[in-house]
Design a protein around this ligand. Structure first.
Ligand code: NOJ
Length: 511
């Protein structure tokens, strides 16, 4: 029997293009940008070539990224592939230790040349470069010298690095993102210690040789906010009037759903939102951390001076969000009784992720919609880019990646709905353009690429997956091959069913 939520679900589907299979590129504003992305360490390779020095990710991965997808040598071919499928923008990151091998000091001319070549090649093909300055790969020298992000000294070095990038590339790059997923970097790199730089002191899953899970996640993040704000101030003062670009920040967002409809779980879910998103968005919007973080972390949470608060507040022109998973949140107050609490314990929750046994990510477009709504409602209608969204498949699976086609079709359709509902979303980037190295396992188990790469084959030949063909038809406004219609139709039915279930089971209490 359908309850009222189920009924509303059907209505919404009918009114709102739950049958979104009819949309085309022309249904989106011209200036909305569709792209795809990668990050330096995940695809460049050439880790020990042309003067590049290691980053903390090289150390963590024990050289797994030495060759990676060899984008460093194949960038021309790759840009040609981007142009062939009709990408409007390419999101990539600069390897700090390729451009400035010691993190500070002299610029590496070969590094400079590589990024100039890549950017020029993109521009020549009419593809907008969207550049991230820090994508998990801090120069190892800075980690060794003063502990990287846990030291305030990073603010000066990051600003100097950003200055080089703005000065050298800013005539052509109009979209700068300072830091990718700082919330995940802090939680998994400085509390659990499972990601580089693997610092922790009380992790249930890792043994770290150094670190302090009770203070460092907060400290590292504080310095990331100050470093961002300092780079943004520099950009606005020295470059923005001349270069007419924008400076933003990036966060990993999750669909957050209470495990039960108890008021404790609902409150816990709001708390996680504050710890994961408010941690950054409150300072950007109001100049200070959320109250619940101050309460639970106490003096372990650094504070902003008046001057710093003013510098951080308003320091983003846009927010980039990455979206993949949903977390089910259960209140777990016992951790608040611990004498020495880490960041995770301060959240006072337990969580589960919504992976399926096949390791595919379930499609839950409505949760992305809720995130967009909550960003709009809580933080003003700031411009948003979906910086990452994509489906993972096993790296050696078939080129017929229907699960990715369905995933992308559903999420791009939901962008359309979001725009119609007044969301300020400005662009969408498929993660990722190429198969590359992932942070989990040996790095080449789960792949997200539109292009397949056989990492056993020394030629690292790129082969388009079905998803590349689908994205290309969409981007080039071509009539879609009928094979896509049939499968997508089936998927739309399956999704309608999930949405009904969601409305019936969760919609009534999701925070
Ligand atoms: C987020 C990260 O930014 C990216 O490096 C990673 O590959 C994807 N998520 C997928 O796990």
């Amino acid at each position: 029997m359908l309850n009222i939520f189920g009924f509303i679900g059907i209505l919404l589907l009918l009114l709102h293009g739950g049958c979104a299979h009819t949309y085309t590129r022309d249904d989106f504003p011209n200036q909305f940008v569709f792209g795809s992305g990668t990050s330096a360490y995940q695809v460049e390779g050439a880790a020990n070539e042309d003067g590049r020095k290691p980053s903390i990710w090289d150390t963590f991965a024990h050289g797994d990224g030495d060759i990676a997808s060899d984008h460093y040598h194949k960038y021309k071919e790759d840009v040609q592939l981007m142009a062939n499928i009709g990408l409007e923008a390419y999101r990539f990151s600069i390897s700090w230790s390729r451009l400035i091998p010691d993190g500070k000091g002299p610029i590496n001319p070969k590094g400079l040349q590589f990024y100039n070549n890549l950017i020029n090649e993109l521009i020549r093909h009419g593809i907008q470069p969207h550049v991230t300055l820090h994508h998990f790969d801090l120069p190892q020298t800075l980690e060794d010298e003063y502990g990287g992000w846990v030291s305030r000294r990073i603010v000066k070095d990051f600003t100097a690095y950003a200055d080089v990038c703005f000065r050298e590339f800013g005539d052509r790059v109009k979209h700068w993102t300072t830091i990718n997923e700082p919330n995940i970097l802090a939680w998994f790199g400085y509390d659990f210690g499972v990601l580089p730089p693997q610092r922790c002191s009380r992790s249930p899953i890792a043994n770290c040789s150094r670190g302090n899970s009770t203070t460092e996640p907060y400290l590292a993040t504080h310095h990331m906010l100050l470093a961002h704000a300092s780079a943004a101030r520099l950009y606005r003062k020295t470059y923005q009037n001349l270069q007419h670009g924008f400076i933003g920040f990036n966060l990993l967002t999750f669909g957050l759903v209470p495990k039960t409809n108890s008021s404790e779980d609902i409150r816990a879910t709001r708390r996680v939102q504050d710890f994961l998103v408010g941690w950054f968005m409150d300072p950007f919007t109001f100049g200070d951390y959320p109250d619940i973080m101050k309460k639970n972390a106490g003096s372990r949470l650094p504070f902003f001076t008046k001057k710093e608060s003013n510098m951080v507040k308003g320091s983003i022109d846009f927010l980039g969000i990455n979206f993949y998973y949903t977390l089910y949140i259960k209140n777990s107050p016992s951790s608040l009784k611990m004498e020495e609490r880490d960041y995770n314990a301060d959240m006072a929750i337990e969580f589960e992720r919504n992976d399926t046994p096949t390791h595919q990510i379930p499609i839950t477009t409505w949760r992305l919609q809720r995130i967009l709504d909550s960003l709009k409602n809580n933080y003003g209608n700031i411009p948003i880019y979906i910086h990452e969204n994509g489906q993972k498949t096993s790296c050696n699976s078939s080129l017929d990646d229907w699960s990715r086609v369905k995933y992308l079709h559903a999420y791009i359709g939901s962008m359309h709905d979001a725009l119609r509902k007044g969301s300020n979303v400005r662009g969408y980037f498929v993660w990722s353009f190429l198969d590359g190295l992932e942070l989990v396992g040996n790095g080449y188990e789960e792949c997200f690429g539109l292009y397949y790469i056989d990492f056993q084959d020394p030629s690292l030949r790129r082969k388009p997956k079905l998803s590349a063909e689908w994205y290309s038809s969409f981007l080039n406004k071509r009539t879609m091959n009928p094979k896509f219609h049939m499968e997508i139709e089936k998927n739309t039915h399956a999704l309608s069913h999930s949405l009904l279930q969601y409305n019936a089971m969760e919609g009534s209490f999701e925070s």
